[in-house]
Design a binder for this molecule. Structure first.
Ligand code: PSU
Ligand code: MN
Length: 313
């Protein structure tokens, strides 16, 4: 873990994250694409701070990951968070782009894929986000499948999310997660969640409802040398979900709009999320915020249980 011991030009840690990593205290990784490209300004800044607060309140240290002027920051102070939330030159960055943005001394918001890679590299085992990337609708024609999937097939991180974004083909994504050996467990239910919606219409084989049990699964995966990721899907309570009829209507509109505007590649997900926030007059933003905050809270509880197990192993 020489990233921590040597002053590297490539990495920068906040003191609280460095201390937690050196002492084995619980740390939760948080991604930055959700801040720069997933939420509208100025709410993105407020949500990012709220998410960090809830992690701390549950006894873990938040490590929001981003690249600033070519340097990877694990943990952001307030002005760094503000840079990610407000600068127009922050690039949505997956694993393949990290080194290129670094060479240009650029600003990068890391996706689930890139955040998982960096978190694992520095020894963070738990990560919270909103919704995973996955197989897009009409992927048969577009071949658009998020690099989040292949990343999670190779990175032993536990990621708490509200399933995959409902703008995607959920069934196809679940099939790909199976092929890619990514573990999938739903927290407190067997209904795989649908991001803005509590249910996606798909069920999974495994359900756990205690963070300590999830930490046990993580420990056993380490013993078995299983090096793929573990998805903990965390459904919203029904009372908090977006109205399903509104959801379906806005999604149909959004997909049509994206098609007519020829939105492609990495712009598809930010475009559709933005369409939701506009077309629901902020209702989807309220739901999206609750998703991220709840996931961060659960991730912190898992991280606390896991760091206890890890230090005893
Ligand atoms: N979840 C959210 N909002 C987001 C994302 C996830 O609630 O903005 C981001 C994540 O960074 C994820 C990315 O990795 O969207 C997936 O993008 P794509 O579909 O282009 O792979
Ligand atoms: Mn894509």
């Amino acid at each position: 873990m020489n990233f921590l011991n040597h002053k590297s030009d490539l990495f920068s840690f906040t003191p609280e994250v460095l201390d937690a990593l050196n002492t084995g205290a619980p740390v939760v990784a948080l991604e930055s694409t959700i801040i720069s490209h997933g939420l509208p300004r100025p709410e993105n800044m407020r949500v990012a701070a709220e998410v960090e607060d809830i992690v701390r309140s549950r006894g873990a240290v938040p490590a929001t990951i981003a690249m600033l002027e070519g340097r990877i920051h694990v943990g952001l102070n307030e002005s760094e968070l503000e840079a990610v939330a407000t600068r127009d030159d922050v690039v949505k960055t997956s694993i393949r782009d990290l080194a290129t943005v670094a060479a240009r001394k650029g600003f990068a918001a890391t996706t689930v894929a890139a955040t998982s890679h960096l978190a694992n590299l520095v020894g963070i085992r738990v990560f919270a986000t909103g919704g995973l990337g996955g197989v897009h609708r009409h992927a048969r024609e577009s071949w658009d499948e998020s690099a989040d999937l292949t990343a999670l097939s190779q990175i032993p991180i536990t990621i708490v999310c509200s399933g995959v974004k409902s703008i995607l083909d959920v069934g196809a994504t679940l099939e790909r997660l199976e092929t890619l050996n990514v573990g999938v467990v739903v927290f407190g239910s067997q209904e795989f969640p649908g991001f803005y919606l509590s249910e996606s219409g798909f069920t999974v084989d495994w359900s756990l409802d205690d963070p300590a049990d999830i930490a046990d699964v993580m420990a056993t995966r380490r013993q078995l040398d299983i090096t793929s990721g573990l998805v903990i899907a965390h459904p919203l309570p029904h009372a908090s979900q977006l109205d399903p009829d509104l959801h379906d209507q806005v999604l149909t509109e959004g997909l049509k709009l994206a098609d007519s505007k020829k939105i492609a590649g990495k712009d598809v997900t930010p475009f559709l999320l933005d369409h939701f926030h506009r077309a629901t007059h902020g209702q989807s933003l309220v739901v999206n915020t609750e998703i991220i905050v709840r996931n961060a809270e659960l991730a912190a509880r898992i991280s606390v249980a896991d760091s206890r197990d890890f230090s005893q192993a």
